[in-house]
Ligand binder design. Structure first.
Ligand SMILES: Cc1ncc(COP(=O)(O)O)c(C=O)c1O
Length: 426
C-alpha cells in the first residue's frame, strides 16, 4: 500500500506536467510502445520528434550500455573523451563545411541560450529578431524569443529585452491575396519594416528562425523567404541562427531542414533526435564564429556527457547506415498522398502540410476558423485504436504526424486507415 501511494502520479507529479495520454508505459521498440498491461500502441509522436531512429534502437542501446560501463561523467572542462569527439565529427559531417565546431549542451532551450549568447559575443550587438509563432524553449532567454502560445511566456515577464518579432509565413492563413508570392512580399516587408521603426540593423546580433515552425503549427516557409533572411543577414552583418531542434536529424526527409532550401545558416541548434532520447543538444557553428567565445565564457557541468554523446554518435551512424532520411522522404510521400485523399472527402480538413515525416493536418470549422474540438476528437479516436498523436499550433488547430523515421508502409497504412475513420466520424 505504501508503495502504491509512493508511485501515484497524482500525488507526485506537479500539475504543470500536462499529459496527452493516460498511458503508463513499460517499454518501447521502434515505432511501438507497450503499457504496463502489455497493451501495444503505435507511437506517431516520437516523444515529440525525439526518437527519430526509433525507440531503443539496438545499436544505440548497446552504445549506451558499453559507455556506461566505462565512464558516465567525463566532465568536459576536466577530461577529454572519445564519444564527444566521435559524435562531433559525425555531426559536422552532416553539415556544410563551414559548420565544423560543436558545443554540446543538454536540452533544446539550452542550445538556444548558447546560440544567442554566441551571436551576441561574436557581433558585440544586443538585439535578436525572432518570429511570431516560434517556439524555442522554456528557459528565460528561450522564452523571450518564443511566441507559439501565450501560456508558455505569460506571467513570466520581464523577459530578455531587445527581442523584435516579425511574422512567420503561414500561407494557409495568409493575411494578403496573391498566393505564396504575395504572402512572401508581405512577410519580407514586415521584417524589413523593423529596421524603419524599431531597431537599427547594426544593433541586431542574430535573426533566429525555425526552418519549419514546429509548435506554431508545422508551417513550411518558402525557399524565397528563407533566402531573403540569409541576404538580409549578409547585408547587415547579422548572424542567421537556424533552430533545427524539431526539423533536424532526418525528420523532413533530408538530414537538416535547411537542406531543402539551399540556405546555409551561421549557427545551428540541434537537440531532440540527436541522441534518441538521451538529453543531448548542441550549438554548431564555424570555428571563426566559435573563436569569439573565450575559454570559460560559456559552459555547463554536463555538456558533452559521455553516455549522451555515445548515444548521439550511435544515432548518427544509424541515420546514415539505415538511410533514415531517405525512408522519411518515402514514407512521408505515402503519408501525404493518403492524407490528401482523406482531405478530399471532408470539409473539416483545411490544410495538409509538411516535409518528409514532419506533417500536420489543420482542422477548420465550417467558417474556416481553427477547430481544436475536431483535433481533440480525432486524437481521441486514434488513441482508442492504440495510435498516439499530439497536436500543434497556437490554437491547437492541427494534428502533427511524426512517427519515428523507421516506420514502414504497413504502419503508415494502418495509421491512415484509423485516422481516416476518425475524420469520417466527425
Ligand atoms: C524548434 C524547437 N526549439 C527548441 C525547443 C526546446 O527544446 P527543449 O524542450 O529540449 O528545451 C523545442 C522543443 O519542442 C523545439 O521544438
Amino acid at each position: 500500500m505504501a508503495e502504491q501511494i509512493a508511485l501515484d502520479p497524482q500525488t507526485l507529479v506537479p500539475r504543470v506536467i500536462g499529459r496527452y495520454t493516460p498511458v503508463f508505459v513499460d517499454r518501447a521498440a521502434g515505432v511501438r510502445v507497450w503499457d504496463r498491461d502489455g497493451i501495444e500502441y503505435l507511437d506517431f509522436t516520437s516523444g515529440i520528434a525525439v526518437v527519430n531512429a526509433g525507440h531503443c534502437h539496438p545499436a544505440v542501446v548497446a552504445a549506451i550500455q558499453e559507455q556506461a560501463g566505462k565512464i558516465i561523467h567525463a566532465q568536459q572542462n576536466i577530461l577529454m573523451h572519445e564519444p564527444m569527439l566521435q559524435a562531433a565529427a559525425a555531426l559536422s559531417e552532416t553539415f556544410p563545411e563551414s559548420l565544423n565546431q560543436v558545443f554540446w549542451t543538454n536540452s533544446g532551450a539550452e542550445a538556444i541560450e548558447g546560440a544567442i549568447k554566441l551571436a551576441k559575443v561574436a557581433t558585440r550587438r544586443p538585439a535578436v529578431i525572432a518570429f511570431r509563432g516560434a517556439f524555442h524553449g522554456r528557459t528565460h532567454g528561450a522564452m523571450s524569443v518564443t511566441s507559439s502560445r501565450v501560456k508558455v511566456r505569460g506571467h513570466y515577464e520581464p523577459l530578455l529585452s531587445s527581442v523584435f518579432y516579425a511574422p512567420y509565413p503561414y500561407y494557409f492563413r495568409s493575411p494578403v491575396p496573391g498566393g505564396e508570392d504575395g504572402a512572401d512580399d508581405f512577410y519580407i516587408a514586415e521584417l524589413k519594416s523593423l529596421f524603419d521603426t524599431l531597431v537599427m540593423p547594426d544593433d541586431v546580433a542574430a535573426i533566429l528562425v525555425e526552418t519549419i515552425a514546429g509548435e506554431g503549427g508545422y508551417l513550411v516557409p518558402s525557399a524565397r523567404w528563407l533566402r531573403e533572411l540569409r541576404s538580409i543577414c549578409d547585408e547587415h552583418g547579422i548572424l542567421l541562427i537556424m533552430d533545427e531542434i524539431q526539423t533536424g536529424m532526418g525528420r523532413t526527409g533530408k538530414m537538416w531542414g535547411f537542406d531543402h532550401f539551399d540556405v546555409v545558416p551561421d549557427i545551428v541548434t540541434v537537440a531532440k533526435g540527436i541522441a534518441s532520447g538521451m538529453p543531448v543538444s548542441a550549438v554548431v557553428s564555424s570555428k571563426a564564429i566559435m573563436d569569439n567565445w573565450a575559454p570559460g565564457a560559456h559552459g555547463g557541468t554536463y555538456g558533452g556527457n559521455a553516455v549522451g554523446t555515445a548515444a548521439a554518435a550511435a544515432t548518427l551512424r544509424v541515420m546514415r547506415d539505415d538511410h533514415l532520411p531517405e525512408n522519411a522522404a518515402a514514407m512521408g510521400e505515402r503519408l501525404m498522398t493518403g492524407l490528401r485523399e482523406i482531405q478530399r472527402r471532408t470539409s473539416s480538413i483545411g490544410d495538409v502540410r509538411g516535409l518528409g515525416l514532419m506533417v500536420a493536418v489543420e482542422f477548420v470549422t465550417d467558417s474556416g476558423d481553427p477547430n481544436p474540438a475536431a483535433v481533440s476528437q480525432v486524437i481521441q479516436r486514434c488513441f482508442d485504436q492504440q495510435i498516439l498523436l499530439i497536436n500543434c499550433g497556437t490554437y491547437d488547430q492541427a494534428i502533427r504526424i511524426i512517427p519515428p523515421l523507421v516506420v514502414n508502409e504497413a504502419e503508415i497504412d494502418r495509421f491512415l486507415d484509423v485516422f481516416g475513420q476518425a475524420v469520417d466520424a466527425l
